[in-house]
Design a protein around this ligand. Structure first.
Ligand code: HC3
Length: 437
């Protein structure tokens, strides 16, 4: 019910001006306009004053007339820079939010029934046009400008010239992209399935919520694996056949002779290419596009480099410690002029260690998605994030304790413990024993 309410929150109009809201911003349900206004008002250089009696009406039409009264209303409604996020709402607040969402939905339903000819059924069939929120296809003004272009597809011509992907794959890239819903405006986006979730949750939570709501686990995994395949830049089987292509000593020397800034620029470009593919991968993870644009950017900012490094293991040859870079396999020495040998060594070590796990493409795909989603955890308050680690070790300790107990009292565990308990915490022996009881 809570997730339902959260995902429906946009039915509640902006508490400041009554316009269509886009989620909880600075602790209050507001539209993008009031969110941006409040953000700008927080700059120390801003001082507003009212030329009337400080009681101007603030609604959608008049909201830009008096900044002072608009800010006053924002503060009166509870907007604050350090506003609490959803996860930390009290039960009372959550219940009242759910009730409010329900009230607005009722109102909308009533309104819709009044607008419709009486003979129409109370519900629409899937073929009929939805009463859609125009907000979904309106451009969202990002809170901060970021070069991560979430709308830009990777063109098949941008596929690395040394290893262009198979025609089918390149087509899949284009087609899959064309298949997504797009409005006329290049900076706008709309959700492929369901509706966009508000940016009020931490990105990680909202993505999880979207994912849970959208698809079943199997479908989700298949979709992630497909997304990985379509955006992996290089195919593993093709790379295998190119292992003999190693940079010559002269070529390595040419890279080493670059100035630091030339080499940084070169690597930055290669890295950016790789990140673009990761962005495309992320966009194809079910639920990702339903996130608010800021949340998408947040996740990508924290997670895209991590995914690039995970992907690097696919391009790594552990036999000679080289990675496929610029069309050939290169060792750490090629990156010498970056002047960060320790970092390069650590990156190569990581690739080596991941390679040793001999992950399948499916595992790399799922792990990449996990890394990306998990990157959102960084946006949790630190003390809360640390609790996850504590929880993990407590649970591990719990299992250890159960093992100890089972050694002392095997019969009790086998015969007297609830089946669900054993399924959750016990070993296979415990679960099997349930079947034989
Ligand atoms: C070597 C690299 C990290 C790995 C990048 C990989 C091999 C990852 C898998 C992609 O599918 C293809 C790919 C492209 C670029 C590769 C990166 C280029 C440079 C980077 C180093 C770790 C250096 C970091 C560069 C810096 C310091 C400028 O950001």
């Amino acid at each position: 019910m809570y997730i339902y309410a959260v995902s429906q929150i946009e039915v509640i109009p902006c508490k400041i001006c009554g316009d269509k809201s886009s989620g909880v911003h600075y602790g209050v349900i507001t539209c993008e306009g009031c969110k941006g206004f409040f953000r700008r008002s927080q700059s120390s250089s801003v001082q507003y004053s009212c030329s009337r009696q400080s009681n101007c009406l603030i609604d959608r039409a008049s909201r830009n007339r008096c900044q002072s009264c608009r800010l006053k209303k924002c503060v009166a409604q509870g907007m604050s820079r350090d506003a609490v996020k959803f996860g930390r709402m009290s039960k009372r607040q959550r219940d009242s939010l759910i009730a409010e969402v329900e009230r607005h939905r009722q109102q909308q339903r009533l309104q819709a029934n009044q607008d419709e000819p009486q003979s129409l059924p109370a519900f629409r069939t899937s073929k009929e046009p939805r009463v859609h929120s125009p907000h979904l296809i309106q451009p969202l003004v990002p809170t901060y400008s970021c070069p991560l272009d979430l709308e830009r597809p990777i063109r098949s011509t941008e596929v690395h010239p040394y290893l262009s992907c198979a025609t089918g794959e390149a087509q899949a890239l284009g087609m899959a992209y064309r298949g997504t819903q797009r409005s006329g405006n290049s900076s706008s986006f709309s959700a492929g399935r369901g509706e966009r979730l508000p940016v009020c949750l931490s990105p990680c939570l909202s993505l999880c919520a979207c994912v849970c709501v959208c698809v079943c686990v199997e479908e989700l995994c298949a979709s992630i694996v497909r997304s990985h395949r379509e955006t992996s830049q290089y195919r593993v089987d093709e790379l295998q056949t190119l292992r003999w292509k190693i940079f010559s000593r002269e070529e390595v020397h040419a890279y080493q002779s670059k100035t630091v800034d030339e080499m940084w620029q070169h690597c930055a470009m290669r890295l950016t290419d790789a990140v673009q593919y990761v962005v495309e991968f992320a966009k194809r993870i079910p639920g990702f596009r339903q996130l608010g644009q800021n949340d998408q950017i947040c996740l990508l900012k924290s997670g895209s480099m991590e995914v690039v490094l995970v992907r690097m293991s696919r391009l790594f040859n552990p036999e000679n410690g080289t990675v496929f870079f610029d069309g050939k396999f290169a060792g750490t020495e090629l990156f010498k002029s970056l002047a960060c040998g320790d970092f390069i060594a650590a990156v190569f070590d990581f690739a080596h260690s991941l390679c040793a796990l001999r992950l399948t493409e499916q595992q790399v795909a799922l792990f990449s998605a996990l890394v990306l989603i998990n990157a959102g955890m960084g946006h949790f308050p630190k003390h809360l994030y640390q609790k996850v680690t504590v929880l993990r070790s407590l649970c591990a300790l719990h299992i250890e304790k159960l093992r100890w107990f089972r050694q002392l009292y095997p019969f009790t565990v086998h015969s007297l413990f609830p089946a669900l308990y054993k399924e959750l915490f016990g070993s296979d022996i415990d679960v099997q024993s349930v079947a034989t009881l």
